[in-house]
Write a protein that binds this ligand. Structure first.
Ligand code: AHR
Length: 608
């Protein structure tokens, strides 16, 4: 084999190529990156968030009793609170198996109390309510007004199933009961879980796209709805004054990790912030759309206000909010994402209002629109043409596909139109978390770098998943309440993002394709979801042979399963008699030993 390199034909690789797409999906924020240990701290969980929720989700009165109240709320955004009877001991169980506590570590307790002159005793306890810390006793004021109280609890033992117990000695109203580890990423207040944030920082990302994804533009655009679309203004200011909201992925999002914290995190990472705002339609489900011109104006203004929040002087209306929160200097926002997968009809009607307003008020901000990509990888011509007509600086493309697609589409951008907007591959992943998926992504990235003249940025998706609250797999980083595991896809991202070249030289390889070795004809992949039978699963060997294309149903043999209890059964039809086969079903979450059969990746090893 030989390789010929043309030193005169170099394509520059974008300095900003490798970044992150963060979405609050899979409990990435609450119960994840956001270090808060108390679940449902403000008693705002409702069935609108998730059918099994109520105001006392994750809380249990182990002595005495509490009632859920709304008559005298802490503020209008924090409408629900509880009233405890005398000698009520209330326990919060946190996320996963409980709160992860470290012996000797200190935890900041805060809570709001009113309507009672009493003392609140707080203690860290284990799952049987045995103490894991000294108790603190906090007197509350006699005047009955809501006030915030603080104390520090120090764990005297390690635990992965810790709880917070608060005991009211006399009747009192309570709200916003919070427990934060003092150890947060870079010591930030209201900060982030260090192990997760550090894994993310190790990727040396050039940008941080947030907060989604589908959570950006799902829900109602009516400001009074309980299922509101994500509005950045709901997420800033004192945490006890922020709304909580239904998250599209089926849980409550507290917005404790809000826009200020995202900007701060991007700055701490040395990355450019890339917020995505809705333009009033959705690519996820069938949410209401903005059709009312007055409502459209409100959301356009919210977008302009966001840019002012990020970049305005501290004496501007929204710059002052940022300054008040602790960051008088502007964040230096360069990009705004207008829409997430919003290429429905209403998108074409709504987008120009956002685009034109941003261009006029902030001509230096780069506008990233979105253009659709179908399952075969073809760009939706209409949305792409529309982006070009509108003068978007970049189009945001999303695709999730099998490894074979990534391998066979390495040349996808070689013939891409160079006259229109540049490309931001805002979401991509091969469907699975096996090494083979990661390898196919690595291979694909060589094609991305080769097209550095038209691809400016790319981010794998999604970034984070809590193993006990999985909405979507694969993901780049998996975690529970005390551990985090980087996937093979993470390692590929890190390899590329920390070893980016300046340019790619044109090269030609003269070699025969590596043939299938004797012992293994190749490895194919298929993914499927929770259905009990799986129809039309195609498995392609590495040498391109279509091995199987039939259904999986109960009763077959020859399967081995790792990382989960139970064995899925299936019947194989061998499409090519030259192959015999064995199959390994790998749980994308096998590291955590979960037995939930969603989103498995199957590797098929075919032997000639
Ligand atoms: O990354 C998961 C989801 O995939 C995102 O929320 C959405 O933008 C895409 O469809």
């Amino acid at each position: 084999a030989s390789i010929e390199v043309d030193l005169s034909a170099a394509t520059p690789i974008s300095d900003d190529l490798y970044g992150l797409f963060y979405e609050d999906i899979n409990h990435a924020a609450d119960g994840g990156l956001y270090a808060e240990l108390v679940q449902n701290r403000s008693f705002e969980f409702t069935t609108a968030d998730e059918a099994s929720y109520d105001a006392l989700t994750a809380w249990e009165a182990v002595d005495g009793s509490v009632s859920v109240e709304t008559a005298n709320p802490l503020n209008e955004n924090n409408a629900t609170y509880i009233r405890a009877t005398a000698e009520t001991a209330l326990v919060n169980s946190g996320y996963n198996t409980g709160m992860a506590l470290t012996a000797g570590a200190s935890y900041d307790l805060s809570f709001w109390a009113g309507g009672g002159d009493t003392q609140i005793q707080a203690t860290l306890v284990d799952a049987e309510n045995n103490p894991l810390s000294e108790s603190v006793l906090v007197p509350t004021a006699a005047d009955g007004e809501w006030a915030e109280y603080e104390a520090v609890l120090t764990a005297d033992a390690d635990s992965t199933s810790g709880r917070l117990m608060v005991t009211a000695l006399d009747p009192v109203n309570l709200d916003m009961i919070s427990l934060f580890p003092q150890d947060t990423f870079m010591g930030r207040e209201n900060g982030l879980r260090p192990d997760l944030a550090e894994l993310i920082a190790d990727l040396e990302p050039s940008f941080l796209r947030f907060p989604g994804g589908c959570i950006v533009n799902t829900g109602s655009f009516d400001p009074d709805s309980r299922e509101r679309a994500y509005n950045w203004k709901d997420t800033v200011g004192p945490v006890e004054e922020r709304l909580t909201n239904h998250n599209f992925w089926g849980y409550n999002q507290t917005y404790g990790l809000g826009y200020y914290e995202y900007f701060q995190f991007a700055e701490d990472l040395g990355a450019d912030a890339l917020p995505v705002v809705p333009v009033g339609t959705t690519g996820c489900g069938d949410s209401p759309e903005i059709t009312d011109p007055e409502q459209l104006d409100l959301w356009v203004q919210d977008t302009l206000d966001l840019i002012e929040f990020a970049n305005g002087d501290a004496d501007s209306e929204w710059g002052a909010v940022r300054a008040e929160m602790g960051h008088p200097e502007p964040f230096g926002l360069k990009y705004i994402g207008l829409g997430n997968e919003e290429y429905k009809e209403q998108f074409y009607a709504n987008y120009p209002a956002f685009h034109d307003a941003v261009r006029e008020a902030y001509p230096d901000i780069e506008i990233i629109g979105n253009s659709g990509v179908d399952d075969s990888g073809d760009v939706f011509d209409r949305s792409w043409e529309f982006m070009r007509e509108q003068g978007a600086d970049k189009v945001d493309e999303h695709y999730y596909n099998d490894p074979a697609w990534f391998l066979s589409n390495n040349d996808r951008y070689d013939s891409y139109d160079r006259e229109g907007p540049h490309v931001f591959i805002g979401e991509y992943a091969s469907r699975g978390n096996s090494w083979w998926n990661a390898l196919s992504e690595a291979s694909y990235l060589t094609g991305v770098e080769r097209n550095g003249d038209v691809i400016d940025m790319a981010s794998y998706a999604p970034l984070l998943s809590n193993i006990d609250y999985v909405d979507w797999a694969p993901d780049m980083i998996w975690f529970d309440n005390h551990q985090s595991v980087a996937s093979t896809s993470y390692e590929v991202q890190k390899l590329f993002s920390t070893n980016t070249g300046d340019e790619v030289l044109s090269s030609t390889l003269d070699a025969s394709p590596i043939s299938s070795p004797d012992i293994a004809g190749g490895i194919g992949l298929a993914t499927w979801n929770t259905a009990a039978t799986y129809d039309d699963v195609n498995v392609t060997a590495a040498d391109g042979t279509e091995l199987f294309a039939d259904d999986f149903s109960a009763g077959a043999e020859g399967w081995t399963v790792s990382g989960a209890s139970g064995t899925p059964t299936g019947t194989w039809e061998v499409a090519d008699g030259a192959y015999s086969q064995s199959a390994i079903v790998e749980d994308a979450r096998s590291t955590a030993g979960s037995a939930d059969w969603s989103n498995y990746t199957m590797e098929v090893k075919a032997t000639k």
